[in-house]
Ligand binder design. Structure first.
Ligand code: NAD
Length: 483
């Protein structure tokens, strides 16, 4: 078992500190046992963090740096995280339940955001707009100021890195509200800030309950911009708080994403897409492949193949999986595990057939079997609502139009996929599918460089790619009358 420090503090204005609401026990999802404590912030801590971020923002010392210098600091923070990967990964596994190799991938992913946005810092350029010979007109992009970032538990490090690195690159200062289920490893960003000479107040990290510290941060009058990833219900309350202060927000609210599989697709290759698509991170991924919509001629063959693949996954304590392989860890919490298994039971009641899995495992911790539900129909609860667990729903179609109709039949629209060797078919689907990102013949194709975000109830705004930088700046136009 890894040795984890017993108590973890918040980080405000360049110093580690306790929280006004005491301490929170952090549980190991693989055992259900507490193994560390986290300082719990209250609204006063949020006030102090926002004040520190605002003071730095008002001073102009961070936003006024030459972008290449800001970019270098941001990049160094990513390097720092990578240098400590051996130390961080087991702690991430202990707090989040994911296999050790997945924890390492997450940390590498987090570092990659700092590399990418560090490199982008000096590319945020304005433009000159011709107004005839009597004027000179140009635009600049100015950082919003204080960016509040409310982080979910499924990828605690990567989600923080995604927003934090872009916000810092353009000169914002940031207050991060870490997830209360797995807040610990975010602390390494504070270490990175200190080690890389990020100015005090540019990064403030605090853990607190959503209804207390989270709500206080979202409603804070000195916050200039908000980024949120999590559930639709919380997204609505955050957007409402942002509206009351007339500040913009980015919402990334999950999905019910579908892969359409045509009868000409490479079905063997597709099994690997399913393995990543729904069993990576035990299915707790906003862009998970939670539905497969398959052409009826290949339906039975595919369901059998997926069920066999799912049955071949070893489920256990993430610490026992150091290397990439057919394995899966625990879900994050008792609540999430119960919620997912209740949804599976409900699906069976509504007529779905359990092709494999579906049961809570008879051992301590929050383990759910890798699950495949066949004969799901579009109106079933499981076809409409996000499970956020290792449960795949398989639906059938006859023709292309029906496939697209089913894929578009949920309120969400985060990602979608089409698997076929027919390019016209793939292009047609990519136009018809209502989702922010379309994968053709590979689920999760793309990377930090490609913009990501939702249509419909999956939210609005874009993270990743150059588009994300524009979340953190506002455009100013300067029009000069010449003599
Ligand atoms: P949540 O939306 O309640 O919590 C996400 C974050 O928001 C946490 O940091 C939480 O403290 C904070 N929060 C909660 N209430 C808040 C409030 N009123 N004001 C400000 N911040 C608040 O999500 P959850 O309870 O952790 O998970 C529930 C469901 O959310 C999951 O089943 C899943 O469907 C969805 N989810 C989606 C993603 C995603 O990546 N899109 C991530 C996590 C959870």
């Amino acid at each position: 078992m890894t040795d984890v420090p017993g108590y973890w503090q918040n980080f405000i204005d360049g110093s580690f500190c306790d929280g006004g609401s005491g301490r929170l026990a952090v549980l190991d999802p693989a055992t259900g046992e507490p193994f560390a404590e986290q300082a719990l912030a209250d609204a006063k801590d949020v006030d102090r963090a926002v004040a520190a971020a605002k003071a730095l923002s008002d001073s102009g010392t961070w936003s006024g740096l030459r972008p290449v210098e800001r970019g270098r600091i941001v990049r160094k923070m990513g390097d720092y995280i990578l240098e400590r990967i051996d130390e961080i990964a087991p702690i991430l596994t202990r707090e989040a339940g994911k296999p050790l190799w997945e924890a390492r991938l997450e940390i590498e992913g987090a570092a990659r955001y700092f590399e990418y946005y560090g490199n982008q810092a000096e590319t945020v350029e304005g433009r000159s707009i011709p107004l005839g010979q009597s004027y000179f007109d140009f635009t600049t992009h100015e950082p919003f100021g204080v960016s509040a970032q409310i982080i979910p538990w499924n990828y605690p490090m990567e989600m923080t890195a995604r927003s934090l690195s872009a916000a810092l690159a353009v000169g914002c200062s940031v207050v991060v509200k870490t997830p209360e289920l797995d807040p610990l490893t975010n602390r390494f960003f504070a270490d990175a800030a200190l080690a890389c000479d990020l100015p005090k107040g540019a990064l403030n990290l605090l853990c607190g309950l959503g209804k207390d510290a989270g709500a206080a941060l979202a409603a804070h009058p000195d916050v200039n911009q908000i980024v949120f990833t999590g559930s639709v219900a919380t997204g609505i309350s955050i957007a409402s708080a942002a509206a009351r202060n007339v500040v913009p927000c980015i919402l990334e609210l999950g999905g019910k994403s579908a892969a359409i599989v045509h009868d000409d697709a490479d079905l063997d290759a597709f099994l690997s897409d399913v393995r990543w698509g729904i069993y990576f991170n035990a299915g707790q991924v906003c862009s998970a492949m939670s539905r497969v919509i398959v052409q009826e001629r290949v339906h039975d063959r595919l369901v059998d193949g997926i069920a066999a693949m799912a049955e071949g996954l070893e489920v256990g304590n993430g610490l026992s999986f150091p290397n990439f392989g057919p394995n899966m860890g625990a879900m994050i919490s008792e609540d999430q595990c119960q919620r997912a298994s209740a949804m599976i039971t409900q699906a069976e009641r509504e007529g779905a057939r359990l092709a494999t899995g579906g049961r809570r495992m008879n051992r301590p911790g929050y383990f759910l079997e890798p699950t495949v539900l066949a004969e799901v129909t579009p109106e079933m609860t499981i076809a409409q609502n996000e499970v956020f667990g290792p449960a795949l729903s398989v639906l059938k179609f006859k023709d292309e139009d029906e496939a697209i109709r089913i894929a578009n039949s949920t309120p969400y629209g985060l990602v979608a996929g089409v698997f076929t060797t027919d390019l016209d078919r793939a292009m047609h689907a990519s136009k018809q599918l209502r989702a922010g990102q379309i994968f053709v013949n590979e689920w999760y194709a793309g990377g930090v460089e490609t913009p990501f975000g939702g249509f419909g109830k999956s939210g609005y705004g874009r993270e990743k790619g150059r588009e994300a930088l524009l979340n953190y700046v506002q455009t100013k136009n300067v029009a000069i009358k010449l003599r």
